[in-house]
Design a protein around this ligand. Structure first.
Ligand code: CDT
Length: 321
């Protein structure tokens, strides 16, 4: 019998600065109930699903924004979500800002089983944007100011398969999927908040949807895994966020996709046994991979053009011209 996990991608519309946690949790619970009605085993919410995307603003004292962070999970405001999930027998994925007792700040995601027990936790590895105030921008992207980086990509047992977590900008890096894939990941959950406007190169604005799909889709195919990408979308405090939440099969095909930028649920029956069609054939890592020639991927961070290539390009009339 195949291992089918019915997954709901629970996109949310915008969350404004003054929306309270309980108002947001009520919206998440409504989506969870729609998921239960649709037969979902697992409902996936976005990155930073409890608050507005606050890294768009600079404050001189970082601690002024500590109220956007959760010091416990579940806490008093989020307990109703856990309780309703357990009552419905539906698991969920949730992204939120985490403040640890040691004072560390993380962009975090958890996965919770159908009994309301947290079975996996991940802290964002690739923090995009900048660490300093850049007033020339229409809005900031200060994840490197507000968050500490996470330590790595783990996988977790749940819903009969191997689950992986990544967060937003992680989805643009092929290393993310491969590190998950090398641990046997069969279903990766990735929440995101993606502003349509990219200040350093606005020519990319019209390509945001294309790049989002390109990354999620190729990550799924090249690693033989289901990938669930879920947005917080729409006009949040004047900043337009990409929607297009979607579920991708291990073939890379689109299994379900959202069509609005509001609270919306789309559902796919994810057959985890389909992963083997790719993991055991074209992408049989153990048979085909050549880690002995992949050294630069872990030995080096930035680009190093080999000196002989630089020399050849600089030699007028030489081979590089
Ligand atoms: N939340 C998040 O990681 N957003 C980034 C924006 C990149 S531009 C600074 C993303 O990759 O979608």
């Amino acid at each position: 019998m195949n291992r089918i996990v019915t997954v709901g991608a629970a996109q949310t519309g915008p969350i404004q600065r003054d929306d309270t946690r309980s108002e947001v949790v009520e919206r998440l619970i409504a989506l969870l109930r729609r998921g239960a009605d649709a037969g979902c085993d697992l409902v996936v919410f976005p990155e930073l699903a409890l608050t507005t995307f606050f890294p768009r603003w600079w404050v001189d004292e970082r601690a002024e924004f500590d109220h956007f962070f959760e010091t416990e999970m579940p806490g008093p405001d989020t307990q109703p979500l856990f309780d309703e999930a357990a009552r419905l027998g539906v698991g969920f994925h949730l992204g939120y800002a985490e403040l640890t007792p040691e004072g560390q700040h993380f962009n975090t995601a958890i996965v919770v089983d159908r009994h309301g027990t947290t079975i996996g936790k991940y802290r964002k590895v690739h923090l995009p944007g900048h660490h300093d105030h850049q007033p020339w921008r229409e809005f900031q992207h200060l994840e490197r100011y507000y968050f500490d980086p996470g330590e790595g990509f783990g996988v977790f047992a749940g819903f009969g398969g191997v689950l992986g977590l990544a967060i937003c900008n992680d989805r643009r890096w092929s290393e993310t999927y491969r590190v998950l894939g090398l641990q046997g990941c069969e279903l990766a959950m990735i929440g995101y908040n993606t502003p349509i406007h990219y200040a350093p190169d606005p020519s990319q604005d019209v390509l945001q949807g294309f790049h989002n799909r390109l990354c999620l889709q190729s990550g799924a195919y090249q690693n033989g895994m289901w990938v669930v990408g879920v947005a917080k979308a729409g006009d949040e405090e004047g900043c337009d966020l990409l929607g297009e939440s979607a579920i991708f099969a291990p073939s890379g095909e689109v299994a379900a996709v959202c069509s609005t930028v509001g609270d919306e649920l789309v559902v796919a029956e994810c057959d985890l046994d389909l992963c083997a069609d790719y993991k055991d054939t074209l992408f049989d890592f153990g048979y085909y991979r050549r880690p002995e020639v992949y050294g630069p991927i872990t030995d080096q961070k930035g680009v190093i053009v080999p000196p002989e290539v630089v020399a050849a390009l600089e030699d007028p009339g030489g081979e590089g011209t």
